[in-house]
Design a binder for this molecule. Structure first.
Ligand code: FES
Length: 127
């Protein structure tokens, strides 16, 4: 069996939503201490809905594919729904990741949550 699914390869070779949003409403940056990979998410938010999202990932193929898929999944979503996106859901949408690469999808989950938290604290919406 191939190490990566076709979807992982496709998102790695042709990642969606790469880049930065200069006037982002929320920015989240997370890293994995073990592998040293870093992921940064930028969100544009209008009326509690994610209207645009971009990412920069300095990491492995799984991390890049996970960021790409995660951005596709949360675009157009309400903040409360995007907040619930799990790394498992990202990996499933990619038709699976090898076990030892699951931590790469965790970066996507954490980066989105960090960006939403950043938005909330900037807009004074933290509970
Ligand atoms: Fe570090 Fe994949 S090996 S995120």
């Amino acid at each position: 069996m191939a190490l990566y699914s076709e979807k992982v390869m496709e998102h790695f070779m042709n990642p969606r939503n790469v880049g930065i949003i200069e006037d982002a409403d929320g920015v989240g940056e997370v890293g994995n201490a073990k592998c040293g990979d870093i992921m940064k998410m930028y969100l544009k938010i209008d009326d509690e809905v994610i209207t645009d999202v971009k990412f920069e990932t300095f990491g492995c193929a799984s991390a890049i594919a996970s960021s790409s898929m995660a951005t596709e999944l949360i675009k157009g979503q309400k903040l409360e729904d995007a907040m619930k996106l799990t790394n498992k859901a990202v990996a499933e949408a990619l038709d699976g990741l090898p076990d030892y690469k699951m931590h790469c999808s965790v970066l996507a989950e954490e980066a989105i949550q960090a960006a939403i938290e950043d938005y909330k604290s900037k807009s004074g919406k933290t509970e």
